[in-house]
Design a protein around this ligand. Structure first.
Ligand SMILES: [Zn+2]
Length: 405
């Protein structure tokens, strides 16, 4: 049976490095690596750990296959360096094979002694690479019951042993729009106005504006009024290979008066108390049973130490700047805070340039009137679409905006 790509991405999302590496990779020549290399394999405390060095940060695809049971790890890469080491005795891995797939992906196959799942994947900068490009990827495998392994195993959609995934029929990059909240979670409410409804209307207008440029494919994380966890929203963008994730919200304040739109991108340095409080209120949407809890603010900060995150962070910052610059020509921006940084869960990705747009305050009469005015929505959607276009010309955007992935 075949698990969906979204489920795979959610199940195997890379977690940020929790702390500086305690297991230093073995010494090796300081020449910049050209291809991936297996640094080591060991088994302890019931878990088998695999350490790899990659020439640069990469998105991972991991899936299990039956007959014989094995875990497959794939990422964009070049030919492997060195030969795989022998697996440790009594571990979960019985054999290791490394090779290239036809479309330029590096593939690592871990033949399993017992059914296992990927319990953790951590990618961190390689401290021995002076250029700061290489990363160390640590995979941790844990035992899984045969039934669970069988239920999960299968080739990803569109891929099989003889059929590598074809390039998308439409090569344009994808912009994923994420209307905030939904279902049991209405978001902000002020009188008759409900955030989840207003942001869905805006998402539809923005989709039309982006499609009108002819440059982008557009998709929505939710097409109707349903609840989606914050991690699931990011997972959907990543699984679809989106270049950009735009999360759409409207704000409210209980006290005082705040007016205007604002853009958030992921915080890398100090998060001031005000922004953190706001991030907490948005993250509180993540309360469904069994859902991922919102990321801790310090976890969001730690995440940016990962090289892939740094690249995404830079691209996201430029995206935020472009969006704020365009939107400010159309509508008032929150004073002094047109573009700020926060630890929103939905901004945390190493594979998608992400920004969260607060369109205005339901608690402010003028903002509320604007949000409910179709003419304003069309203008503001046009400004956001223009911002994405301008961003796409930025050098920092190129890893994300130049290709369909
Ligand atoms: Zn919201």
């Amino acid at each position: 049976m075949c698990a969906s790509a979204a489920a795979l991405a959610a199940a195997f999302a890379i977690t940020p490095a929790p702390a500086p590496a305690t297991e230093a990779p073995p010494a090796r020549p300081s020449l910049a690596p050209a291809g991936p290399r297996i640094l080591g394999l060991r088994h302890a405390e019931g878990r088998t750990r695999v350490a790899l060095r990659l020439p640069q940060a990469a998105g991972l695809r991991v899936f299990g296959l039956q007959d014989p049971p094995r875990l497959v790890v794939e990422f964009d890469g070049a030919a492997w360096e060195g030969t795989p080491p022998p697996p440790p005795p009594d571990g979960l891995v019985a054999g290791v094979r490394a090779g290239l797939v036809a479309d330029g992906r590096a593939r690592l196959v871990l033949d399993l002694a017992r059914p296992a799942r990927l319990a953790e994947a951590v990618q961190m900068p390689d401290p021995e690479d002076p250029a700061g490009q290489a990363t160390v990827l640590r995979l941790e495998l844990a035992y899984e019951s045969p039934g669970d392994f069988e239920a999960r195993a299968g080739w990803p959609e569109g891929q099989g042993p003889l059929a590598p995934a074809p390039p998308p029929a439409d090569p344009r990059p994808l912009v994923m729009l994420d209307p905030g909240h939904g279902g049991m979670d209405p978001g902000a409410i002020r009188g008759e106005a409900v955030e989840k409804v207003l942001v869905m209307r805006f998402a539809r207008d923005l989709a039309a504006a982006l499609e009108a440029t002819g440059r982008w494919r557009v998709a929505l994380t939710r097409e109707d009024d349903r609840y989606l966890g914050l991690a699931e929203r990011v997972a959907r963008a990543e699984a679809a290979g989106a270049a950009v994730l735009l999360s759409l919200h409207a704000n409210t304040v209980a006290r005082g008066d705040a007016v205007g739109a604002s853009i958030f991108t992921l915080a890398a340095g100090q998060v001031d108390a005000e922004t953190e409080a706001l991030a907490d209120s948005e993250n509180r949407a993540d309360v469904a049973p069994g859902d991922d809890r919102a990321v801790e603010p310090d976890a969001a900060l730690r995440a940016v130490h990962e090289i892939g995150m740094r690249r995404a962070l830079l691209a996201s910052r430029r995206l935020g700047d472009a969006l704020a610059a365009e939107l400010s020509q159309t509508t008032p921006m929150l004073r002094g805070r047109a573009h700020t940084h926060a630890g929103f869960r939905v901004l945390k990705s190493s594979r998608v340039a992400a920004a969260l747009v607060e369109l205005g305050f339901l608690s402010n009469a003028q903002d509320l009137a604007r949000l409910q005015d179709p003419a304003w929505r069309a203008r503001a959607a046009g400004a956001v679409a223009k911002g994405v276009e301008i961003w796409a010309e930025d050098g920092a955007a190129q890893p994300f905006a130049s290709l369909a992935r």
